[in-house]
Design a protein around this ligand. Structure first.
Ligand code: SAM
Ligand code: SF4
Ligand code: SF4
Length: 364
């Protein structure tokens, strides 16, 4: 009933009035004026599995942020005209300038996945549909010829058709860089085909000890570790092990970090899966307070103990807010411990890896 009333009010007000209301609300929310402005939708607009295009994958998914569909013949005009208000911890969105060129797309593909993550933000474990938007995507890529495609699912590596499509794109447009976000839980023999296609690979871990990882993801951590280690050993692809913090595995961040540091990858990422909301928002509860504080102490101690090693190897650690706040890794701690160049608050989407140069590391 409430939903229908809302719909009627929206129809009566019309799109222009609604846009003015959104703009007014946004101005009232007073986004930090020091945040850099950028045309986020020209950086890596997000293409959902339904073919809808949004300025980025964290912009909220509201109807007003939907720019259009990959099937729209005038999608690029819509992109140029797009100017909905949006802000986050990293940026304030502005409309694109005439001389700006789209960098790439962040494509979701099918949500089919071999994992059953209990926190999956796209509900992949429930996915049971057929998916075929490859021709539509090809038309878009042929028209725009972006610099880079970030691909994720679901799990792209187990999607035969997505892999076939990616091989085809690479053949037709060898200049396009392909970046993959994966759970990496695949046979080690598949590293060959990953290496052939991708330049940058983010491997996501939701837990690190075998029992926890299995409980959180329904898979075996040894496979993801072996995959990551082999890719890094070969050295031709930039690999970022990425840890997704959850209440059941927050304390395993430290063994994960030690393992990842031993591999000297170009980057290590930490991301949060709404931990505070999941524990009921109360970080003062003695159990959670103590759990988080113990984790924070151990993490800080590892960072300090391994500072010298970090100074001499190419690894940069990125903390996506609110991980920094959750674990008390603030600017003061980093500056006091001379870690500020090695461990950074990251405002980009974690899988961009902007500072990595291909073949900057040599294989063993
Ligand atoms: C949806 S997954 C798809 C790619 C691949 N299956 C994987 O897990 O890496 C894309 C990214 O979203 C992250 N993710 C999943 N659920 C999340 C959540 N509830 N909050 C934040 N990130 C989440 C994953 O860790 C992964 O890095
Ligand atoms: S990066 Fe931030 S400001 Fe830009 S579209 Fe995404 S959520 Fe909005
Ligand atoms: S591996 Fe990725 S897509 Fe699959 S269930 Fe986990 S988070 Fe979701």
């Amino acid at each position: 009933m409430l939903h229908r009333t809302r719909q009627v009010v929206k129809t009566l007000l019309g799109p222009q009035v609604l846009a003015s209301i959104r703009r007014w609300r946004y101005d009232r929310s007073a986004p930090d004026p020091n945040l850099p402005e950028r045309a986020c939708h020209y950086d890596f607009p997000f293409v959902t599995h339904e073919g809808d295009v949004y300025p980025c994958c964290r912009s909220g998914g509201g109807e007003h942020h939907r720019i259009g569909s990959i099937n729209d013949p005038d999608l690029m005009d819509k992109m140029r005209r797009f100017s909905e208000p949006c802000s986050c911890h990293g940026y304030r969105l502005r409309s694109a300038r005439d001389d700006e060129r789209l960098r790439g797309f962040n494509i979701e593909f099918s949500l089919a996945c071999q994992a059953t993550c209990s926190v999956c933000c796209v509900d992949a474990p429930m996915w049971d549909q057929e998916w075929d938007r490859y021709e539509e995507l090809s038309r878009l890529i042929d028209e725009v010829r972006p610099e880079t495609l970030i691909v994720q699912g679901g799990e792209v590596l187990v999607q035969k058709e997505s892999m076939r499509w990616l091989r085809d794109v690479k053949q037709r447009h060898p200049e396009i860089q392909l970046n993959l976000v994966t759970n990496g839980n695949v046979p080690i023999a598949w590293v060959d085909k990953v290496e052939e296609l991708f330049s940058v690979v983010t491997v996501s871990f939701v837990g690190f000890q075998p029992e926890t990882y299995e409980n959180n993801m329904g898979l075996r951590v040894e496979h993801a570790k072996a995959f990551t280690e082999e890719l890094l050993r070969r050295g031709s692809v930039a690999v970022a092990p990425k840890y997704l913090i959850t209440p059941t595995a927050i304390h395993e961040i430290n063994p994960f970090l030690k393992w990842a540091l031993d591999l000297s990858p170009p980057q290590i990422h930490f991301f949060d899966a709404q931990t505070v909301q999941r524990i009921g928002g109360n970080t003062e509860d003695p159990f959670w307070k103590e759990t988080i504080e113990r984790t924070s102490r151990k993490l800080k101690s590892t960072l300090v103990r391994r500072r010298e090693e970090l100074q001499n190897n190419p690894t940069v650690i990125y903390l996506e807010p609110p991980v920094d706040e959750l674990l008390g890794i603030d600017d003061r701690f980093l500056a006091d411990q001379k870690l500020d160049q090695l461990c950074r608050r990251y405002t980009e989407l974690v899988w961009h890896m902007p500072e990595w140069e291909p073949n900057s590391r040599s294989a063993d």
